[in-house]
Design a protein around this ligand. Sequence first.
Ligand SMILES: NC(=O)c1ccc[n+]([C@@H]2O[C@H](COP(=O)([O-])OP(=O)(O)OC[C@H]3O[C@@H](n4cnc5c(N)ncnc54)[C@H](OP(=O)(O)O)[C@@H]3O)[C@@H](O)[C@H]2O)c1
Length: 249
Amino acid sequence: MLQDKIAIVTGASRGIGRAIAETFARAGASVVICGRTQETLDRVAAELGPAAGGILPVACHVGRAGDIARLVEQTHSAFGRVDILVNNAGTNVAWGPALEIDEERFDKMIDINLKSAFRMIQAVAPGMCQRGSGSIVNIASIAGLRPLANSMVYNVTKAALIMMTQSYALELGPKGVRVNAIAPGFVETALSEHYWKGEDRRRQLVERQPIRHLGQPAEIAEMALLLASDRGSYITGQTMVVDGGRMVS
Ligand SMILES: NC(=O)c1ccc[n+]([C@@H]2O[C@H](COP(=O)([O-])OP(=O)(O)OC[C@H]3O[C@@H](n4cnc5c(N)ncnc54)[C@H](OP(=O)(O)O)[C@@H]3O)[C@@H](O)[C@H]2O)c1
């Protein structure tokens, strides 16, 4: 489905980003993966090695403009262009009561969860527009649609990412570039461990949703593949909820 495509997936050293990188590579894409440490990425690239298409690991802190510029430069010098961008890297360092959050953590969350997507899109989309094709996928969250307790800043960054998705979609659509978001529900990764770790917690969590298992990174990757590929050619500006039915429960 992604034969000869060049993709960048941020935050691909583990969890959802890693699953997306693997799925894209198996679908035939060359995938540039990023995370903060080169060593970790090299290990991931070696583990995913047999996947078709090939993986290029490039260390990049998505909260830093210089790192993003280097990531895009290295992608261009290795492959000459970017067809698919997945803004997946994200964090929740501001977990806790809203009134206890200081400005430093607020700014960090904005930089990593939101401004990173702006920087990546500003760097990559002009080339896509010039070629008249491209697909951008932003990994938001159901927390951007309905607030999660003790996660005020996280919720805000994800809601803003959804609006950023719609705004770019409006402008870039006529130039052949589609921009969509995915809003996962609870997925079994390090980020959401607090919610599902332990048998009781896990059972309570899945009992509150129609699909009675905890989401797996590969289930999010399938949606990313649809949006990234030509099979999603009539989809733009959307937020695809992949949450086991949690939002309707
Ligand atoms: N898990 C869920 O339940 C869930 C639900 C809804 C939405 N999401 C969203 O899905 C995305 C992926 O989350 P996940 O659950 O897969 O989390 P995860 O397992 O903690 O993975 C996060 C990834 O982001 C990278 N990352 C973190 N900070 C970074 C930075 N400053 N620069 C570059 N990379 C950075 C991490 O790499 P390094 O640590 O190696 O740098 C890692 O590869 C996030 O945007 C998250 O908000 C997750």
